[in-house]
Design a protein around this ligand. Structure first.
Ligand SMILES: *Cc1c(COP(=O)(O)O)cnc(C)c1O
Length: 337
């Protein structure tokens, strides 16, 4: 029985065509700036999103940390969602390694940070306070595409307050595909964007930080310090280039399959489907059933993220087809029957 793994879109296996592209990639020592495939990936994403330069890194966590450390100095502060990855799920790196203080703001249900709360969160220029320097947003946020009119208003507000604006775009291309906007349109309000290649795009490794030449020059030093200077990393960048060629448009299939899954689960009485957002489905299951559900899913060859979120999270991706979705629905139905 093959396992249907709906925990995350990070679990995908590189396809044989992707592995072939990796194997054929011309490479060099990227710390010397000599890897042509890394450079091609950085330049391609910079051009697509409308930035001067890109910087390839092993993970999204590192790309976000390098961005924060490049925008903010020791004793500075960034405004960030309380449920944002760059605040909650990156081990406190900005504070620990960057000496940057987070100012968390409660996310609204759609992932936005209300402007009136942001306004109250900016500190006056006074030695009592950290210097507020940056606003960090996330798109998609828990699968949700941020309303672009909000993004534009928030970025304009931040500029007016002298703040830079960073986007954690781990699933940026899910937002592009779901909204029908171009990468440039979604990236335009930001000073920097990080994009993950190892989520829905299906590459085994890698994120790219996009920004101005000056920001990326600063980032290059932080990346080296954080241990992200890699050598013949064109092997990895080739997977990213392959993914950009072949795995962007197909994200629409993941979104459609998530909707198919949500529709199937809505027909099961005891499950409350909170919602389907791009490639994610969130469901509420009575707390007393969670452990038994977990065991039932494990026995039945279905994996889900249970418990660490307020609900159950199911994520569709490259390695989940329609038949897998239908089997997952049957497995949930059998538990609640
Ligand atoms: C996965 C993720 C990251 C970090 O990526 P890693 O490559 O796992 O370090 C950052 N932000 C969001 C929203 C993510 O989902």
């Amino acid at each position: 029985m093959s396992v249907i793994d709906l925990r995350s879109d990070t679990v995908t296996q590189p396809t044989s065509a992707m592995r072939a592209a990796m194997s054929a990639a011309p490479v060099g020592d990227d710390v010397y700036g000599e890897d042509p495939t890394v450079r091609a990936l950085e330049q391609r994403l910079a051009a697509e999103l409308g930035f001067e330069r890109g910087l390839f890194m092993p993970s999204g966590t590192q790309a976000n940390l390098v961005a924060l450390m490049s925008h903010c100095q020791r004793g500075d502060e960034y405004l960030v969602g309380m449920e944002a990855h760059t605040y909650k799920y990156e081990a406190g790196g900005a504070a620990v390694l960057g000496s940057i203080q987070p100012q968390p703001v409660l996310n609204a249900a759609d992932g936005t940070l209300p402007l009136e709360i942001l306004e109250k969160s900016v500190k006056p220029d006074d030695p009592h306070f950290a210097r507020t320097r940056l606003l960090a947003l996330e798109n998609t946020w828990h699968g949700r595409v941020l309303p672009q009119d909000y993004v534009v208003r928030a970025a304009n507000w931040a500029r007016g307050r002298g703040l830079a604006v960073h986007l954690d775009g781990a699933r940026f291309f899910n937002a592009v595909v779901a909204s029908g906007a171009t990468p440039r349109e979604l990236a335009a309000p930001f000073d920097s964007v990080s994009v993950c290649l190892s989520k829905g795009l299906g590459a085994p490794v890698g994120s790219v930080l996009l920004g101005s030449a000056a920001l990326i020059a600063a980032g290059l030093r932080w990346r080296k310090m954080l241990g992200g200077g890699m050598r013949q990393s064109g092997i990895l960048a080739a997977a990213g280039l392959y993914a950009l060629d072949h795995h962007v448009d197909r994200l629409a299939e993941d979104h459609a399959r998530a909707e198919r899954l949500a529709a199937g689960l809505r027909r099961i009485g005891s499950i409350h489907v909170q919602g389907r957002f791009t490639n994610m489905v969130f469901i509420d299951v009575p707390a007393e059933h969670l452990r038994a559900l977990d065991a039932h899913l494990a026995r039945s060859g279905v994996r889900a993220s249970i418990g660490y979120l307020p609900s159950v999270r199911l994520v569709t991706h490259l390695d989940v087809d329609d038949a897998a979705i239908d089997r997952a629905i049957e497995v949930f139905a059998a538990f609640f029957a």
